[in-house]
Design a protein around this ligand. Structure first.
Ligand code: ATR
Length: 273
């Protein structure tokens, strides 16, 4: 039986095992997908372990998406341009790095709108913003990046495109869609975007998925916007990851249901503890 897994730190709450194991079961694939917790200082050793144990495919999450790159044998050109790897394919002992996060963003948005020609605002300029900016620009949207630390937004725009604008100007932006990429709202009832500006947008997407309905998404709905929750991107990046490993795409609904069930289970556990 082949082994797959996710490296990250911390990684205990990842929904990827539930999603991929559900897909294995449904497609009759004899494989197992588990958690591979790896502290940053152990990353190089961990990659050696993946080679030694012949783990066939690895998902990569925070904080390893950038630092793992020099440890691999080959990096796909798109992952290289984005500057982050979220998927490793072990091809006959050679570790190849890919990025499917940007496809996750693209597919999540395409469920609701055609991206080309949209005026998009990206909130945040960290690791997660990279794939978002890349997807939007590649698909023909114009992108304005707003970040608490302006310099970081400027650097991201210089590398991947779009323009960096001062945070205070968000209220006067001419815009269609907003994508929230910071960690604000993760397990807390906070939103990085003032409620008053939300009615300017047609569509608001959050990449935070814990809780599933973040404060930002709640307020966006109240302001009359369409919304996309964080699970959507997670599921679509997982589908593309699966495709890189097996050449087949599981149903989005199957992966989503598995992820939701896991999320709900965790919430119930917390309530009991
Ligand atoms: P990730 O890889 O998850 O994107 P990151 O690279 O540490 O994590 O980036 C986190 C992003 O969230 C950054 O854009 C950060 O803003 P700064 O560049 O100013 O640090 C943003 N962020 C984190 N906490 C925030 C807060 N309380 N308010 C606004 N932005 C915040």
């Amino acid at each position: 039986m082949d082994t797959y897994g996710i490296i990250g730190w911390p990684v205990a709450h990842s929904l990827s095992p539930a999603m991929h194991n559900a897909a294995f079961k449904s497609l009759g694939i004899r494989a197992v997908y588990g958690l591979l917790p790896l502290a940053p200082e152990n990353l190089a050793e961990g990659i050696k372990g993946i080679r030694a144990l012949n783990i066939k495919g690895v998902s990569v999450t925070v904080p390893h998406k950038e630092t793992v790159m020099p440890l691999l044998d080959e990096i796909d050109p798109v992952a290289s341009e984005i500057g982050a790897v979220n998927t490793i394919v072990n091809k006959d002992g050679r570790l190849l790095g890919f990025n499917t996060d940007w496809i996750g963003v693209k597919k999540a948005l395409e469920e609701k709108i055609a991206i080309s020609g949209q005026k998009a605002v990206v909130v945040g300029a960290g690791g997660a913003a990279k794939a978002v900016v890349y997807a939007l620009i590649k698909e023909g949207a114009s992108v304005a990046i707003y970040n608490r630390t302006f310099e970081k937004a400027k650097r991201l725009a210089q590398t991947l495109g779009g323009v960096a604008l001062p945070w205070e100007e968000l209220a006067s932006a001419s815009v269609d869609i907003l994508i929230q990429t910071t960690s604000v709202g993760l397990k807390e009832d906070k939103s990085p975007v003032p409620k008053e500006v939300l009615s300017r947008f047609k569509l608001v997407m959050d990449i935070v998925y814990q809780p599933l309905k973040t404060r930002l998404l709640r307020e966006a709905e109240e302001a009359g916007c369409e919304t996309i929750d964080g699970l959507s991107m997670l599921v679509y990046q997982g589908i593309e990851q699966f495709y890189l490993w097996f050449g087949a795409r599981p149903q989005a609904s199957l992966m989503r249901e598995a992820a939701e069930k896991e999320l709900l289970g965790e919430k119930n556990d917390q309530a009991r503890n």
